[in-house]
Design a protein around this ligand. Structure first.
Ligand SMILES: Nc1nc2c(ncn2[C@@H]2O[C@H](COP(=O)(O)OP(=O)(O)OP(=O)(O)O)[C@@H](O)[C@H]2O)c(=O)[nH]1
Ligand SMILES: [Ca+2]
Ligand SMILES: [Ca+2]
Ligand SMILES: [Mg+2]
Ligand SMILES: [Mg+2]
Length: 572
């Protein structure tokens, strides 16, 4: 899909009579080494003509046994005579062709070419094309004789992604995998040793425990570039998703994925396996939780830190407040459910499609079938269910979410205001199957409940038994938004450890929910079950509403995590 491009030739001509500007010659794509159709325009030493050109690369051709010809076309003169030459047009010369043909060890050699008679003229065009397609500019600083910072950054990410066990060394297995990934060919055992020996000869800490360190890896690439083999480095960079500016491409980070309405996005089994391996390689002390340092290390391959402190209040953490393995997978599940583009982007940074040899990051996603079909067929393959939690201000919504993560009131009160989350996600078992339940706290603004606030699998209406004005909100929301909807609703009486007061509403909560006599043992499992089998909720309960009394007392929490929620049906 590349556009055809132009090579401009300027030089001292040997024939006596030459036209000022020869006709353009076009080399068709299929006979050029880089498969790019190429126009060659010959400018016969009239360097000022280049001003009008739109060339991608300029070839300077001169006779090596004629000093004058070199002087005439030497770079400074081309530059000074042609101020309008765009700064980023590469200029190559026959001299360069000669000096680039050096022995190298891993990748196939270029044929030796003769600049003297340009017998192998195709080499010249090979280099001309290479100068455009694989520019050294973004990679290497010739003055400093070292890689540019952005190139070091990209190669460091590539090293980290390829270092599958995260020990800071590319061992033979990892090097072979890397080689196969980038060049489609395995590395012969001898070639592998040769590479390491080259590094050993040049530096002391480039090889460690018979594997390549980051320093050694960067050194190798410096060497490739210095030996005119920069297309090797470009092959690696492009394989890992980088464009000419060393940014990850849009196609790599955001592959096309179609999400029809009423469908949701989940990670598939392969993606969970990959994420599990990423967790394992960063959980260095194997305590099944990510310490702040481990999290930092995990996200070193990202251009920014994707998880803020609110994540620790969205998923399960250990006693130290560190995200557990379960919590880590939950957070990935949440991101995928709420913002699949972001999830694709993150998988891209981690190198999912490369490590798991997939066409694109999109291969990690399952788009679930339309929810309506699930309802018709009365079954679902989904594994993530969303429950929106609504209730008046201060009714105990956040407490309900945090209790799901196993946090008692005392612990909840330690959460900083700016670290609070409007989501909580964890797993529950429904008929023996592990499912994710995603709780979302909706900001109580009765007049501004959006589509998104209402779209979910099950609704929780929370009121405060201790606040006489809190039930009215639930009743109004229910009557306005859910009475005719297919979405099952649950009414939850929160703070039931406090004194229960009479609600200022025409019906008492008990009357409101009287018809719906349910005794769920575990409110969260109950919610997931209702989300999964809404037709059951419909069948059981005419208005698909029942009433729960939930207590978030600290002492009750201590025994069975979130089992402190006692769901009782009050009978009069
Ligand atoms: N005693 C007792 N207090 C609770 C319980 N749940 C929440 N609270 C307290 O009630 C207050 C409000 O609780 P939240 O969970 O923040 O209520 P909310 O509905 O999220 O409030 P907003 O987000 O402001 O709308 C806080 O001071 C909590 O500590 C409970 O079960 N028992
Ligand atoms: Ca390793
Ligand atoms: Ca750990
Ligand atoms: Mg000519
Ligand atoms: Mg809240």
């Amino acid at each position: 899909g590349r556009k055809p491009w132009k090579i401009l030739g300027i030089g001292e001509e040997f024939p006596d009579e030459v036209p000022l500007r020869a006709e353009e010659i076009t080399i068709p794509a299929d006979v050029t080494p880089e498969r790019v159709p190429t126009h060659i325009v010959d400018y016969s030493g009239n360097t000022h003509l280049i001003c009008e050109s739109t060339a991608n690369v300029i070839c300077i051709v001169y006779s090596v046994n004629n000093k004058k010809s070199i002087e005439k076309v030497s770079l400074p003169s081309v530059r000074t005579n042609n101020k309008q030459i765009k700064k980023n047009i590469p200029v190559i010369s026959a001299q360069e062709v000669l000096s680039s043909s050096i022995h190298s060890f891993i990748f196939p050699l270029f044929p030796q070419c003769s600049a003297k008679n340009l017998k192998n003229i195709s080499e010249l065009f090979y280099y001309a094309q290479k100068a455009v397609l694989h520019p050294t500019g973004p990679l290497y600083c010739p003055e400093e004789k070292e890689l540019k910072p952005s190139c070091i950054k990209a190669l460091t990410r590539i090293f980290k992604v390829s270092d599958l066990d995260n020990d800071g060394i590319l061992n033979d297995n990892e090097l072979n995998f890397f080689q196969r990934t980038c060049f489609n060919t395995p590395l012969a055992p001898q070639a592998l040793e040769d590479v390491k020996n080259v590094v050993r000869r040049n530096m002391t800490d480039g090889v460690k425990d018979n594997g390549l360190t980051l320093k050694g890896f960067l050194f190798l690439h410096t060497l490739f570039i210095q030996r005119g083999r920069h297309e090797t480095t470009w092959t690696v960079l492009r394989r890992f998703g980088y464009d000419d500016d060393l940014e990850l491409t849009q196609e790599y980070l955001f592959p096309m994925i179609k999400i029809p309405p009423d469908c949701t996005t989940e990670l598939n089994h392969n993606a969970y396996l990959f994420l599990q391996s990423v967790f394992d390689k960063h959980d260095k002390d194997r305590d099944c939780a990510l310490s702040p340092d481990e999290v930092k290390d995990l996200f070193k391959v990202f251009p920014y830190m994707p998880w803020g402190p609110d994540v620790n209040n969205t998923v399960c953490t250990n006693d130290q407040g560190w995200i557990t393995y379960q919590g880590y997978l939950s957070q990935w599940t949440l991101t995928t459910y709420l913002d699949v583009q972001r999830s694709l982007e993150y998988l891209g940074y981690l190198g999912y499609s490369i490590i798991y040899e997939q066409e694109s990051q999109a291969a990690a996603m399952t788009v679930t079938r339309n929810k309506r079909i699930d309802l018709q067929k009365k079954q679902t393959q989904r594994s993530v269910f969303r429950c929106n939690v609504l209730g008046a201000r201060g009714s105990g919504k956040s407490g309900f979410l945090q209790a799901f993560l196993g946090r008692n009131l005392q612990r909840q009160r330690q959460i900083r205001e700016d670290h609070k989350s409007f989501y909580a996600i964890s797993t529950t078992y429904v008929y023996g199957q592990e499912k994710y339940l995603l709780l979302h706290e909706v900001i109580p603004d009765f007049d501004f409940l959006s589509e998104a606030d209402l779209a979910c699998d099950v609704v929780c209406l929370v009121y405060d038994v201790n606040n006489p004005r809190s039930f009215e909100y639930c009743a109004k929301v229910y009557k306005q938004y859910f009475i005719d909807s297919k979405t099952p609703c649950v009414v939850i009486a929160a703070k039931s450890d406090l004194h229960e007061v009479r609600q200022h509403y025409s019906l008492s909560p008990h009357e409101f929910c009287r018809k719906h006599k349910l005794h769920p043992k575990d409110i969260y499992t109950r919610l997931t079950t209702m989300a999964m089998y809404p037709h059951m909720a419909q069948a059981d309960l005419k208005n698909s509403t029942f009433w729960l009394r939930a207590s978030v007392g600290a002492t009750v929490f201590a025994v069975l995590g979130f089992a402190m929620y006692r769901a009782l049906l009050k009978q009069r």
